[in-house]
Design a protein around this ligand. Sequence first.
Ligand SMILES: [Zn+2]
Length: 209
Amino acid sequence: MTTLKPLLAKNRSWALQRRERNPDYFDAYLHQQKPHSLWIGCSDSRVPAEVLTGSHPGELFVHRNIANMVVAQDDNFMSVLQYAIFYLGVKRIVLCGHYGCGGVQAALSLPDSPLAGEDSPLARRISALRNALQEGLSDYRASEAEESDKLNRLVEANVLAQFAHLAATEPVRQAWRVGQALDLFGCVYDLQSGHLKELIQQSAEEPSP
Ligand SMILES: [Zn+2]
């Protein structure tokens, strides 16, 4: 049996350190939150939004799921997006994927995986991810690069695919229609260097060609 003790102990020591450095640390956002950004990332334990951006409580509104997916039919995701844009007024949305993403790898190997024969939430998600990645998967198959490079390109393709979904969601389009300041950024995180890299940015609805 596990216990909560190690987490509680670290929590108390963290809170103490914060208060020692700044006695008002917890008062600043006691009564309201005003985060500057919505972070949409992967649930992967190695990609903690606040830690890798050096953010404090109150700075990031966060949604994480397997492989940082943007699914317009997902009420959980969409309610976070709606709340962040229209109630919290975030100015920036960061969609962040990461190299070595297990979700992307699972989508790649789905046909040979036990998940393929399953009807479970996880199987349905990975299957939806595979569908969203069709273009990236054909590039993967056509490429003669090293396996690790091909996987990295596939992770980037996932960021670009989810970014396109994000830019097409109703809350984002509505914000842009009424001239609300809202910038979208698509990034990838490198587990090895700890660096975040920007792949794509969009500040308003692109005019139709
Ligand atoms: Zn991941």
